[in-house]
Design a protein around this ligand. Structure first.
Ligand SMILES: NC(=O)c1ccc[n+]([C@@H]2O[C@H](COP(=O)([O-])OP(=O)(O)OC[C@H]3O[C@@H](n4cnc5c(N)ncnc54)[C@H](OP(=O)(O)O)[C@@H]3O)[C@@H](O)[C@H]2O)c1
Length: 307
């Protein structure tokens, strides 16, 4: 048995290309005392990976060149020399872009795949879903009747943010790229409105979609979209800064023009990283599982087969 792996070969400047990666094969590792061998069945591809490819200081250690690319995985225990796991257990971990991974059990969690598909633990019931819950409910704390706006609204995080906002009695407005995504956000996910930022009238369309202004803005994108949202924020509104995806491949950072809105509207702005809030997972996950099982939160996955 061979272990097919994808390694980081070089650091990208701007957009990532295939040249930044190298595929190799290695013998399947053998677990030592205390270790578990896992066959990875699902790998999540997430925006944070782009930041890890960079040199320089961030909230987490950088991805080393020549090492297996970082990534959240769901798989099955093949062999266990750790008393907490047995062969056949389905587990969630961070075993990276490879078919087989070794773990000492730290950060490896058993999952119940009987009620929901295994892959959901990488999305709606995993890091992205919990991120939505933490940023919206712990940081923005929206009240019924308020308007919540979220960018990258059809994505893994944004789609859950808007649906939780609706469950809490708020007006949910998404911002997404293209008519097809906006139709999905409104017609399938049940948002009240969605602004297509690619349609060329972002400020006007956001004003029409949030006529009473914005009470909570869940930021996933940054750049011009952040400027448009800042123009519409209400007094004493809140912004949860979750991500700035428009900036991850940018070689020149975008300069925000409407920063003054934070002062004049007394806006509370807070950045957060979901892994800093592990104590909230135990509260968030059962709620998310309940909503998904009851069909109150819907999700879609984009699946690619093979590594
Ligand atoms: N703070 C945390 O702990 C944490 C945890 C998870 C994720 N995040 C952040 O949350 C954000 C969303 O993550 P996700 O997993 O939901 O991502 P995702 O499902 O991969 O969706 C990302 C979407 O962002 C939009 N986008 C990409 N480039 C853009 C640009 N230049 N301008 C505007 N929109 C752009 C695209 O949608 P459109 O086609 O609609 O443009 C894309 O489909 C990311 O910024 C990520 O880094 C943060």
């Amino acid at each position: 048995m061979e272990n097919r792996r994808v390694l980081l070969a070089s650091r990208p400047t701007g957009w990532v290309s295939e040249d930044n990666f190298r595929i190799d094969t290695a013998p399947v590792p053998q677990p030592r005392e205390g270790e578990v061998l896992v066959k990875n069945l699902w790998l999540s591809l997430d925006p944070y990976m782009r930041g890890r490819m960079n040199e320089g200081k961030s909230y987490a250690a950088k991805q080393e060149i020549g090492e297996v690319m970082i990534g959240g995985t769901v798989g099955e225990v093949i062999e266990s020399k750790n008393a907490k796991f047995a062969a056949g257990d389905k587990v969630l971990g961070m075993l990276g872009w490879q078919h087989y991974g070794l773990s000492d059990g730290k950060g490896l969690n058993k999952i119940d795949a009987s009620r929901v598909p295994m892959s959901a633990y990488l999305g709606v019931l995993g890091m992205p879903g919990v991120t939505a819950w933490v940023g919206l409910l712990d940081i923005c704390q929206p009240k019924a009747g308020e308007t919540v706006v979220v960018s990258a609204a059809s994505g893994a995080v944004g789609s859950v943010v808007g649906q939780i906002a609706r469950l809490k009695g708020c007006r949910a407005v998404g911002i997404a790229g293209g008519k097809q995504k906006c139709d999905y956000v409104v017609n399938e996910l049940g948002f009240d409105a969605c602004v297509d930022y690619k349609a060329g009238a972002l400020n006007e369309d956001l004003k029409a979609a949030a006529p009473g202004g914005i009470d909570c803005y869940f930021e996933n994108v940054g750049g011009e979209i952040l400027d448009a949202a800042l123009r519409r924020m209400n007094a004493f509104s809140r912004i949860a800064v979750c991500g700035l995806i428009s900036q991850y491949n940018a070689t020149e950072p975008y300069g925000v023009k409407t920063f003054q809105s934070i002062l004049t509207n007394r806006i509370k702005v807070q950045g957060f990283i979901v892994s800093d809030r592990m104590e909230l997972w135990a509260k968030a996950l059962p709620e998310l599982v309940g909503w998904v099982a009851a069909g109150k939160i819907k999700y879609r996955e984009s699946v690619t087969h093979g590594l």
